[in-house]
Design a protein around this ligand. Sequence first.
Ligand SMILES: NC(=O)c1ccc[n+]([C@@H]2O[C@H](COP(=O)([O-])OP(=O)(O)OC[C@H]3O[C@@H](n4cnc5c(N)ncnc54)[C@H](O)[C@@H]3O)[C@@H](O)[C@H]2O)c1
Length: 246
Amino acid sequence: MRLEGKRAVVTGAGQGIGRSIALKLASLGGHVAVVDVNLEGAETVAGEIAGAGGTAKAYKLDISKADEATEVMKEVVADLGGIDILVNNAGITRDNLIIRMSPDDWDRVIRVNLNGAFNCIRAVARTMMSQRYGRIVNISSIIGQVGNIGQANYAASKAGLIALTKTAARELGPRGITANAVAPGFIETAMTETLSDKVKEDFAAKIMLRRLGSPDDVANVVAFLASDEGSYVTGQTVNVDGGMVW
Ligand SMILES: NC(=O)c1ccc[n+]([C@@H]2O[C@H](COP(=O)([O-])OP(=O)(O)OC[C@H]3O[C@@H](n4cnc5c(N)ncnc54)[C@H](O)[C@@H]3O)[C@@H](O)[C@H]2O)c1
């Protein structure tokens, strides 16, 4: 199996895309730390993995809290003996037009989506550096490339993640660590369920493959970037959007 014995952390893995990524990495032989602010969701997913014969443990973490991220990653290292793969997937939306967006909604989205990924990378970087091995995959979004009406905070956070990815690739590459971003398009999860029919129609009309994406579509690309097969790919953003943005 492509990820036999590899130790992986997936944030926001209690549901949606993160859940699919956790299941996929575990199905390929990875030992998965299922991390989420919602412990119940994380425990359910860890249970699903164990039920399928895989190895997983649930951890509660609000990634926007730097100290908490450091503590939880230490706990994961103590449990698994190291961390080979970090998938920064957890993310939120607080949509509104700029003229109506509260500074709190701006801050919260940046703190979770962007600071959260930084907090987790910072918390695992030394471990990966001493291992001289690591795979970091940040889940960005095509919205970070083209913007979206009502999503100034989200778009800025996802664009920031691409720059964070490129910088991590430069700083950590000499130690055998790759850092890449995956930019999903319109994926059917709880996050997109809340979008208006108008927004969904606008997206659907722009998808060349004429179908919405599934969490598994994203998980397959993450698995490649997290594996040894992706070992010469770093600093890149891979769009998984059915052909919406290029
Ligand atoms: N669904 C899409 O169409 C789409 C498109 C592009 C990018 N993305 C990105 O993919 C990622 C996953 O999206 P999804 O659709 O599965 O969302 P989702 O809302 O279904 O799941 C997000 C998960 O993150 C967790 N989470 C939220 N805040 C957290 C925090 N502070 N700390 C730890 N965990 C936290 C939630 O509890 C939840 O389990 C997000 O980063 C999102 O921006 C999604």
